[in-house]
Design a protein around this ligand. Structure first.
Ligand SMILES: [Zn+2]
Length: 144
């Protein structure tokens, strides 16, 4: 039997169970039928944050940011580029800490931008400060 994993849809946030080798085969969501692997960061709210970080068996990299934070806005294009390069290996996601402080509070995020890697509800690593795309990719690959 092939290995399968829980993959949370970036569009409707339904948990899909898919075979690992299907990740490179443009799988669609069983619920909303949109592509599961987008290569784009997904914007999370309190609910979808809990789902993605709690259920995904693919590593989830969350960029904690806020609209008033200059370095966060500067890093946004790099984060989007990293999402493309990490498609199928990790789901990149963004959480606006101003709009959804409840999601960020339990993690004790002190400065932004901070990126945290989650897998199956556990925090694997975190890093603070803006990074270029290549360093985001290298850091994520070194911890997943
Ligand atoms: Zn879906």
């Amino acid at each position: 039997m092939s290995e399968s994993l829980h993959y949370v849809c970036p569009h409707c946030h339904t948990t899909n169970r898919i075979a690992k080798e299907q990740l490179s085969n443009q799988p669609d969501c069983g619920s909303c039928h949109q592509p599961l692997v987008t290569g784009e960061p997904v914007a999370l709210d309190n609910d979808s944050f809990a789902r993605h970080t709690g259920r995904s068996q693919l590593p989830v990299v969350v960029d904690f940011w806020a609209p008033w934070c200059g370095p966060c806005r500067m890093m946004a294009p790099a984060f989007a580029q990293a999402a493309q390069q990490l498609a199928g290996q990790a789901q990149l996601a963004k959480l606006d800490t101003e709009a959804y402080p409840q999601a960020a509070a339990p993690l004790g995020i002190r400065s932004i931008p901070t990126m945290v890697v989650f897998k199956e509800g556990r925090e694997l690593a975190r890093i603070s400060g803006a990074l270029p795309a290549s360093e985001i990719v290298r850091w994520v690959r070194s911890v997943i």
